[in-house]
Design a protein around this ligand. Structure first.
Ligand SMILES: NC(=O)c1ccc[n+]([C@@H]2O[C@H](COP(=O)([O-])OP(=O)(O)OC[C@H]3O[C@@H](n4cnc5c(N)ncnc54)[C@H](OP(=O)(O)O)[C@@H]3O)[C@@H](O)[C@H]2O)c1
Length: 337
């Protein structure tokens, strides 16, 4: 066991992408645990677009991280000391551990002990079989509800949530079109993940590609990006379409949100149901998603993919990778073996 706790704390709020002044590394003694608490040695930290939202000025679904506070983040690790039978020593848990080596946990926090029988490595347990997969699972199954033969469009389709969401819609028999940046990602989602078509939004003709790949319009939009991409998708929504409003990453690094979709009227005319959701609301039901996703993976119906960055020092740098599209599948930082 390391003899200190390294922490990345928020030093100042960024104006645009994070830079070398945004976070500061500090260290403290390994925390002591009290009654009902347990100590987790964090091994892998999930890098999520929402990390960028949490360090802005404005509250979102959680209050902003305070200046001087340990950066909030989802992590996975092993219980190394425990005064709580729900978290036995040796158990693998995931939850909001923060960007640090050790986290004190209790029943008060949204945490998941990895269910028995789920065999996967740490990065996958934070990715397709963790919070990311659960986001795709509940968003697609509860809000999108694709039916056989319907057309589903997923944006940020080669990313962590999008790559799983598209595969789940395929498993329901839908025609699935992914929107991603660049020919490599587009080829990957079609050739490896089984999407029916891909739209490269970095190509000049991407509007034409979207039209050609959705000849019958769009029944489900799993929206991860917002801005211009969402606007174009909204313009092709069918009667009774569903929009899973999962994320709007194109605006997270911007000081002004992108202009609203000029095609918004189509939601009204076509009686489209649009529902925002935050995965934290589903924490009590996580086991359902993890079990379902593991079964699909075991049957060969779900490809899991991670981009793993090595080293605690690289946490701030990793966050910018999401906005530059330098990840395929789930982006995590390995901080310990
Ligand atoms: N509602 C919830 O509870 C919940 C939970 C988890 C995640 N989310 C949301 O889900 C979305 C995806 O998150 P994730 O964790 O799976 O991240 P991710 O998709 O693995 O990574 C972000 C990807 O977004 C694309 N991207 C970045 N900037 C873009 C831009 N300006 N325009 C178009 N695409 C851009 C990049 O791919 P390209 O190379 O294709 O550009 C990048 O790889 C985010 O909006 C996130 O906030 C919501």
């Amino acid at each position: 066991m390391a003899d200190e706790n390294r922490m990345w704390v928020l030093a100042e709020r960024p104006d645009g992408p994070v830079d070398e002044n945004t976070f500061r590394m500090e260290s403290s003694p390994i925390p002591e645990i009290g009654d009902g608490e347990a100590l987790v040695r964090v091994r892998v930290i999930s890098i999520d677009p929402t990390n960028r939202m949490w360090i802005g000025e404005e509250p979102t679904y959680l209050p902003p991280v305070a200046i001087g506070e340990v950066m909030r983040g989802l992590g996975l690790g092993e219980v190394v000391e425990s005064n709580n039978p729900s978290f036995p020593v040796g158990a693998r848990v995931q939850g909001l551990t923060g960007w640090q080596d050790y986290a004190v946990i209790s029943d008060e926090q949204p945490l998941m002990v990895v269910p028995d029988g789920v065999e996967a490595d740490d990065a996958t347990l934070l990715g397709a079989l963790g919070m990311t997969g659960a986001t795709a699972w509940f968003g697609m199954k509860e809000i999108g509800q694709p039916k056989e033969g319907e057309t589903v469009v997923v944006s940020a389709a080669a990313g962590a949530v999008g790559s799983v969401a598209g595969q789940l819609a395929k498993a329901e028999g839908a025609r699935v079109v992914g929107i991603a940046g660049g020919p490599e990602k587009c080829a990957w989602i079609v050739d490896q993940l089984g999407f029916d078509a891909a739209v490269d939004y970095k190509a000049d003709d991407w509007h034409d590609q979207l039209k050609a790949s959705t000849p019958d319009g769009i029944d489900v939009d799993f929206e991860n990006v917002g801005g211009e991409i969402m606007e174009a998708v909204f313009g092709r929504l069918n009667i009774n379409a569903r929009v899973v409003l999962c994320g709007l990453i194109s605006g997270y690094n911007e000081t002004e949100p992108p202009p609203g979709p000029r095609t918004f009227g189509n939601l009204l005319v076509n009686r489209v149901k649009l529902q925002g959701f935050i995965i934290l609301d589903y924490y009590p039901r996580f086991g359902e998603a993890v079990t379902g996703l593991s079964e699909l993976a075991a049957e060969g119906k779900l490809e899991t993919e991670e981009t793993v960055v090595d080293g605690f020092d690289r946490l701030p740098e990793a966050l910018n990778m999401l906005f530059a599209g330098e990840n395929r599948g789930k982006l995590v930082v390995q901080i310990a073996d």
